[in-house]
Design a binder for this molecule. Sequence first.
Ligand code: PLP
Length: 714
Amino acid sequence: MKTRPVLGVIACERTLNGEAAQSVMLRYLKASLSFADCSALIIPSLPDLVSAEDIAQRLDGLLLTGSPSNLQPARYGEDQAGEGPFDPGRDEMAARLVRAMIARRRPVFGICRGLQELNVILGGTLRRDLSAPNAALPHHAPDGASLEEMFDHTHAVDLVEDGVLARALGADSLQVNSIHYQGIGRLAPGLRAEALSGDGLVEAVSGEIHGAPVVAVQWHPEWNTEATPHAQAFFRMLGRSLRGERLEPSNAKRAHDIAQLRRQDLAHHLPCFQDYKLMEALGGARIITHAKDSTIHDGDGNAILDGMAGLWCVQVGYGREELAEVAYRQIVELSYYNNFFRTATPPTVQLAAKIASLLGGDLRHVFFSNSGSEANDTVLRMARYYWDLKGKPGKKTIIGRDNAYHGSTVAGASLGGMKYMHVQGDLPIPGVARVMQPYTFEEGYGENVDVFAERAAQALEDKILELGADTVAAFIGEPVQGAGGVIIPPKGYWPRIEAICRKYDVLLVMDEVITGYGRLGTWFGHHHFGVKPDMVSMAKGLSSGYQPISATAVSSHIVETLKSVREDFSHGYTYSGHPVAAAVALRNIEIIEREGLVERTANETAPAFARMLAKIGKHPLVGEARSIGLMGAVEIVAEPGTNRRFEGPAGAAATLVRDECIARGLMVRAVRESIIMCPPLVITLEEISTMGQVIAAALDAAAARLTPTKEAVS
Ligand SMILES: Cc1ncc(COP(=O)(O)O)c(C=O)c1O
């Protein structure tokens, strides 16, 4: 019984035809093939008595190394004297074997040396298919040209990218992956993204031809000497393919039993911030099954434009294979290690440095956690410890604001100003105080905006004086309150707050869990408002929600103080700086940079979003429609031109508008008397305009069901 699959190997590269070169190749293959867990049959030449078909029958797959040169003798032939004999016979043999393998639908792999050589399998060895004049050629092809001739003029890769080769070969699909630096290529539909990565350029062409998986990858110089991680990954994938494993394409949708999932949801799952009795009445949660870019899909077949970027986090949109591949590679290389034991991992350190460079100024150090709440727990502990070390142990109180959200851990919820959270679990903890929020529409309606900004900021000074500056450790605030209802402070508020903190030696902490990573059209919200915090907490957009990770950035003067004693800062989490999350976050930041998402938000999408909301603001149900960057809120009122609310249960009108939006395919959130939005930074202008149409229609539908009253709601 055959226990290990058999891989046929042909070394086609003419420079490797010499004995010494062959032995290098074989040594390399021996090391690498172990990852495929297969037996290798090295095919030196095809004896006349044995046909290619006979050999193919004994093989589970075929690997060609190097470039068959028969298609381009001028390039690989006699003009390169001294590099070994040109061997058309060997190339012809390779071509016959490839055709025999494809006829048997067995996988064919090629490792070649350069870009042009990617035609190893796709072109050179199938040249019989390619030699006829071909109507599928690109328009710039000479009349009557064949694909074979086109290879002389055109990059093989161009032909693949144009889809020409796939059509000519009857291939199901072919694609080119150009992967720079540490990327990983999705090799083949049907093989899924296993991995190709490395330090340097790696390119791959992959697909299926007549039902046979075909993969050609570029030879990377370092593959010559050792089995590098990306070579190992390639061979692992090869092995799985040899065993007949047909892996799902990574974007395949799985079939779910939605009714069963909803039953299990009700029976076993306790979701966040939910009324469990209501969930029962609703028959369980909406099951979100998959998502791409800015659109989520539920189990009932609805496509919903995600106006909330998940929960304020999916900056780069859903379904980025690049991020999956980075996570895969990191897991293979180092799935976990802690930073408790005077140890650190490469992505963690690199991410800390990257965050420091994005923050600029004095915020040079980063402490990692897993969630926004934990990042704020870190703030509380570090700020209090800092004052202890400064010899001011009385400075312990942290001042937050009404209606602020800083998370749901004991510290996070205590720092926040959500009263409905405080009443559960006997919060806040001691040593937390609160001041008013800068909510113009509710608390400064009709008031001169500068006067209101001053009044709201003055509340902090009053509180510090009331408590005594020698008892106040820090002030914490979101640059723009998110969960509180997208509350945009008036101009002048933050600079005034900063001045008060400096005056009384109170640390200024900005909770940038939502406003970080481009949300306001700047990397961080405090950049927008022009202030310099001592600490910054961040999460969400840091990894676009692809992995749970958060961070607390800390100013050098605080770190210097921590260093002033020979004592541990006794704080941390098992998964602080998790290497997989850090690797994904790093690549997420790279995507934001590469695609210019911060600039695009500032110059393109945020203005379009503001214009869309300005139109919504004219609806009779809307008291104010405001936005900053890609965060927005629509205040629902009973009477246009006022801030009077509808009678009845608090929040009912906004909930109705929200539900009408969702029913029309737009996810928004209801907060008290407003609906709020925070779309992915990759949202398109068309999608912003769709948001506007849906919100307008939802407002119309809600208006028809609401009964206006003149009653003011205090
Ligand atoms: C400003 C702010 N801080 C902290 C948090 C808490 O983050 P997490 O839910 O990741 O703990 C949130 C969550 O929405 C937030 O908006």
